[in-house]
Design a binder for this molecule. Structure first.
Ligand SMILES: NC(=O)c1ccc[n+]([C@@H]2O[C@H](COP(=O)([O-])OP(=O)(O)OC[C@H]3O[C@@H](n4cnc5c(N)ncnc54)[C@H](O)[C@@H]3O)[C@@H](O)[C@H]2O)c1
Length: 257
């Protein structure tokens, strides 16, 4: 650890993007508290409220109640209701649970990992339940929805929650920028199966065209997250930043910005 090192909690730190971010932060002298259901500093299952409470407790113990940065990165892409529990409620639970510790730091920053999928067709009832209802209602509706809409729904709900929360007294008023990086296709264990068969890969390329430099590596996402949660980011908040080689601009066109 170097003088002036910041303490940053990263969920999903055991694999893929979260792991690349944890490595990058540590290499630059920050202290990282990993949170994951797999091997890391704080082992907890973010799919369940008890696991979220354990995660918050574990981070608070290790940071002494003062946290400089938080990145909610843990996620899954299964076509089942669990995806809503982990990607939406797991991320929001961690952010809300650790917000007081962030507010106690001199230059706190928070970010989530969204997805280009948040711009794809969603199940509106599931998204509405995430934003206005209860977790059990959202999960019940997710059980009735088309499985393929659940990952986009989880990431859309997360982006909408973030845009509303970021400008409130609890976040902006407490000096905490809150943003998302929304990747296109990143080569990690999550996407490895998509490359195994040509037809799947083609439909992925059709859905997420990446004219600038193709698929990204997890270290590219890590660099962007590091800047967003770094001290230099004093004024960007409530933004969903597409790190997607141009996919969002291609799919939504110039009218959306
Ligand atoms: N890889 C991509 O192309 C891509 C694209 C857009 C968004 N994302 C998002 O990036 C984030 C990271 O994905 P990745 O590609 O690095 O995947 P990954 O599978 O390599 O890593 C995900 C991590 O989250 C952890 N995790 C999953 N469920 C958990 C739970 N219930 N409790 C605690 N930890 C849990 C896993 O153990 C794993 O360490 C996810 O939110 C994903 O939706 C990925």
């Amino acid at each position: 650890m170097t003088d002036g090192a910041r303490t940053i909690a990263v969920s999903g730190a055991a694999s893929g993007i979260g792991r690349a971010l944890a490595d990058l932060l540590r290499a630059n002298g920050d202290r990282v508290i990993g949170v994951d259901r797999e091997e890391t500093d704080v082992r907890a299952d973010l799919a369940a409220s008890e696991g979220r409470a354990e995660a918050v407790r574990g981070v608070l113990e290790r940071c002494g109640g003062v946290l400089d940065g938080l990145v909610a990165c843990a996620g899954i892409s299964a076509p089942e209701p669990l995806t809503i529990r982990v990607n939406f409620y797991g991320a929001v639970g961690l952010l809300e649970g650790l917000r007081p510790a962030l507010a106690a730091a001199p230059a706190p920053r928070a970010a989530v990992v969204g997805s280009i999928s948040g711009t794809q067709p969603v199940d509106r009832a599931v998204v509405a339940a995430c934003l206005e209802g209860t977790e059990e209602e959202a999960v019940r509706l997710a059980g009735e929805a088309r499985g393929g809409t659940l990952y986009p729904s989880s990431k859309s709900a997360l982006a909408r929650w973030l845009r509303a929360a970021a400008v409130t007294p609890a976040w902006a008023g407490a000096g905490i920028p809150l943003n998302a990086i929304a990747p296109g296709v990143v080569r990690t264990p999550m996407t490895a199966p998509l490359f195994e068969d040509e037809a799947t890969r083609k439909s992925m390329d059709d859905a997420v065209p990446m004219p600038l430099n193709g698929y990204a590596g997890p270290e590219v996402v890590a660099e962007a997250l590091r800047w967003l949660i770094g001290p230099a980011n004093s004024h960007i908040t409530g933004q969903v930043v597409y790190l997607d080689g141009g996919a969002e601009a291609m799919r939504r066109g110039p009218e959306v910005y």
